[in-house]
Design a protein around this ligand. Sequence first.
Ligand code: AMP
Ligand code: MG
Length: 414
Amino acid sequence: MELEHLSVENAQKCVLESVVRLDAEPVRLESSLGRVLAEDVRANRDLPPYDVSAMDGFALRSADLSNVPATLEIIEDIKAGDMPTKTLLPGQCARIMTGAPVPQGADAVIRVEDTLELSTSRVQISRAVKPGNDIRLQGEGMRNGDVVLKAGTEITPGVIGILATVKRTQMQVYSRPRVAILSTGNELEGINEPIDPNKIPNSNSYALMAQLQELGIEPVLLGIARDDPEELALYLRRGLEYDVLLVSGGSSVGVHDYVRPTIEALGVKMHFWRVAIRPGHPIAFGSTEKSIVFGLPGNPVSSMVCFEQFVLPALRGMMGHPRLYRRTIQARLAHPLKMRPGRTEFIRVVLTRDNGDYVATPTGTQSSGVLLSMAQADGLLVVPADSTGLTAGEYVPVQLLDGTMFQDELGFRE
Ligand code: AMP
Ligand code: MG
């Protein structure tokens, strides 16, 4: 089947070929969540620093338990932070707490639940244990000098724990792009302007702002440019000072859609203007030496869907993330859908659970102007371009609109 235009995947490839990972910068541990490490991080000590107990119980010689129950003499109390002062001889044990060092002579720990204290100096052990039982070996957690975190690791709460363990209060991470948002259109009304019944509220600037914030990027809002080549040129020139410029609207082929000629006149090399995607047909992408520019469709849903497919992977690549794409799951379609072939279609769906399956139900009208369909959506159901319809109960890929879940490959086929 002939696609109407460039496929989504090929358009994504074109975008990804034009972006480079940004340089590294230092960041403090407290502000590093969500960033990507630009350096390998090594352990600076063995952890645990010596063999320690994994349980509250008694450190003992396992050979003393060949006949159980056995009674042992308690010669010492070792708490976490204490150092043992005595070596265990046959028939002896030490009371020990989780994390405390195992004394010389001991080769195992038995948990307190398997013991009966007869007096402060005598304990009865009810079962035998093997050598090494409930002992955490020196260096089991990390070994001095080993790389514990590789460059390219996303900093999650667990990674922050490791960084704190190796006492890194500052580390190198990939920079975040500086992003500007420009909305265009004579019909647009600014958020602080009084309501004019003939105008359309500018929602795209803010929805895009939030999509960026979800990726950890704080964008600059350039405002609204009128459909006038001179005014547009003024705004676009300002926007091209950023690493990434998102232009909303004016990318179609209407007589007042001046974005393309104006932006080309400013020296931007355009790579594509149309993609076989619904919603979002008029999606443009271009670049200069130091910036990339997306011309996003004005329709509010198209704008958000195109951000998801083209802008998001590019930004994640620039920030050094190894996983560029939204997590995609398989869901059962709740009811049949008639499709118009020719473009890959992204249908807004709500996800519920049934018998261990995800069930995808479209969020009412799928008109690209109805933003509520996006506001209610848990995910985007991806329908291949050649599909003429889907049947109820069919398993379909759904891209999760979850700000935290990503994967390293595109999760659908067109
Ligand atoms: P355009 O891509 O400029 O042809 O715009 C397509 C549709 O999207 C029109 O109905 C516009 O009113 C609407 N639109 C354009 N820009 C915005 C915006 N910033 N916020 C909300 N709707 C918009
Ligand atoms: Mg317009």
